[in-house]
Design a binder for this molecule. Sequence first.
Ligand SMILES: [Fe+2]
Length: 249
Amino acid sequence: MGETAGDRPRAAVSRRTLLGGAVALTGAAVALGAPWMRVADATAPGVPASPFTLGVASGDPTPDGVVLWTRLAPDPLAPDGRGGMPARPVLVEWEVAEDAGLRRVIARGSAVARPEDTHAVHVEVAGLRPAADHFYRFRVGTETSAIGRTRTAPAPGTKPERFAFAIASCQSRPDGYYNAYAGMVRDDLDLVVFLGDYIYESAASGVPGRSHLPARETTTLADYRLRHSQYKTDPDLQAAHAAFPWVVT
Ligand SMILES: [Fe+2]
C-alpha cells in the first residue's frame, strides 16, 4: 500500500476526463489489423488473474452511443469490498465491433480503473449506428472479458417497426434465483429497464447459497461494495447485462 492513488480527490476526475485518453479509430484504420494497444502491458503486472468475474454491461443507449461497464474484481467477495485489486489505477482497454466475432472493430480505446471506484469503468462510446447491434469486450494485460452485446437506440424521427423491452425490479437475491433473467436472454430485446432495488440492505438469509454478504445489514461503504459485488456474481444477471443495454433508475 505504498501508493496513495486511492486517496486521490475524486472531484478532479469526471467521466469525460477519464475518456480523454480514449482513442476512436476509423473503420479503415482498424481494418489494417491494429492490435490492442501495448501500453496496457506495462500496467497489468500486479493485477491478479481472472479480473472479469463480474461480467460486462452496457446502458443508457442513444442513437449513436452507449455506456459500457465492467469492474475488475479477481476476488469479488473479498470482505473489504475491494475485489482483490491492488490500491492503484489500472488501464483497461475496450473495443466495439459490428460482429459477434469482433472482426469488424469500429471503436477502440482505454479507460483508467481507479481504486476509489473499486476499479469499475464507465466508457461512453460515440459514433455508432442507430438501432444496431454492437459487440464489445475489455482487456487488462493478457486477460479479456466476456463479449457483450448491446443495441443503440433508434434514430430521432424514425418509426421502428418494433421496439421490445423488459422491465425488472426488486431482485432480492436471498429470495430466489434469477430465472427471469435467463428467460429474458432468450428474447430479442432492445432494452431492459430496471426500476428499483438492485440490491437489498438486510442481513437476510434465504435460499441456500443466496444469503446476503456481509451477513449483516449494510451500513459502511465496504459493506455496500461487497453486497453489490455479491449480486453481480449471479450468472443469470450477468447474462442479461451482457445481452442487452439497461436503463437503471
Ligand atoms: Fe423492492
